[in-house]
Design a binder for this molecule. Structure first.
Ligand code: ZN
Length: 317
């Protein structure tokens, strides 16, 4: 361990002991950029922990409904220089009583370098995937279910998989697969493999289903047909983990009409985004998002143009 790594890890240990924070010393020592790889946030009686899986640079050509000039201007307004947005990939764990529920599982080994960090970050945080009791998939895209498709098997195999009926129906349909653009066809096999990786322990639920323990699905279709948020309500507090409502925060809060090439039905995705942003801005619901900058907790506020994301204050105590 070099001196700088030693200093940073001992500083982290000291700070962690002082504040009750759990930090990830293994990664602090490894020199991995960005020490904030896991962060917990209380919601009523539950503890929600964001894990980073890494990030993906997204350029203007992945989006529809915005010019490259406007894309660049919105990134610059967010103090991001360069041609791409550093889009985070997060997964969330909800601990409630003796239950540990994972919302999505990151990219696993499906999407190359810069991603696939979820397993290491969970390990550094002291969470064994085998202790997860339930995995809820917001949808079955590779950056959400890749973590169950590891070369040496599904690390979450002890858990049950919860997925919505329209999501399963879409990915199981051979007609949809054969009609999909060539580049998206592998997604179908990956989605099917991910479901198979849970064997008999797959719970296919209705859109908007109540999952018990204050958890429910929130239908947000368009990105995929069964794309769903997960609402957690506990002791009068709530959090909406909204999946892929936003991929490029500097652009899509201001311009919810802007869609991404991965949207199955772009107009429907834009409609769901506009509807849920209006709703959470109105009722002041805290949100978290798989592609919001880590840890991705915050509120949505109406702005002169569209909306603006207000990251949550750090939960000191
Ligand atoms: Zn995604």
């Amino acid at each position: 361990m070099n001196r700088r790594a030693f200093l940073s890890s001992s500083l982290l240990a000291t700070l962690g002991a002082a504040s009750g924070l759990r930090v990830a010393p293994a990664l602090a020592q490894s020199g991995t950029p960005g020490l904030a790889v896991a962060q917990s946030f209380p919601v009523g009686a539950a503890t929600v922990t964001a894990f980073s899986d890494g990030f993906l640079p997204i350029t203007a050509d992945a989006l529809a409904g915005i010019t490259p000039e406007d894309f660049k201007a919105l990134l610059q307004a967010a103090y991001i220089d360069g041609a791409s947005n550093p889009t985070g990939v997060n997964a969330y764990m909800i601990e409630l009583g003796d239950q540990r529920v994972m919302i999505d599982t990151g990219t696993g080994s499906l999407m190359g370098p810069g991603l696939g960090q979820l397993g290491a970050n969970m390990a550094a945080f002291g969470v064994d995937p085998a202790s997860i009791t339930r995995v809820i998939a917001t949808h079955l895209h590779p950056d959400h279910i890749g973590g169950v498709l590891m070369p040496d098997g599904n690390p979450f195999a002890q858990a049950g998989l919860v997925v919505s009926q329209p999501e399963i129906d879409f990915w199981q349909s051979d007609d949809m697969m054969n009609g999909a653009p060539e580049q998206f066809r592998p997604f179908f096999q990956q989605a099917r493999d991910a479901v198979t990786a849970f064997g008999e322990r797959v719970e296919v639920v209705a859109e908007g289903a109540d999952l018990g323990q204050g958890l429910s699905l929130v239908p947000l279709p368009g990105h995929t047909m069964g794309h769903s948020g997960v609402r957690l309500e506990s002791e009068g507090q709530s959090l909406l983990i909204w999946g892929d409502i936003v991929h490029v925060a500097p652009v899509q809060f201001a311009r919810p009409d802007v869609t991404i090439m991965f949207d199955a039905v772009p107009e429907m995705a834009a409609e769901s985004r506009a509807r849920i942003m209006a709703e959470v801005a109105e009722d002041r619901t805290m949100v978290a998002g798989m592609h919001l900058s880590f840890p991705g907790y915050g509120h949505v506020e109406a702005a002169t143009e569209g909306y603006r994301f207000v990251p949550a204050a750090y939960p000191y105590g």
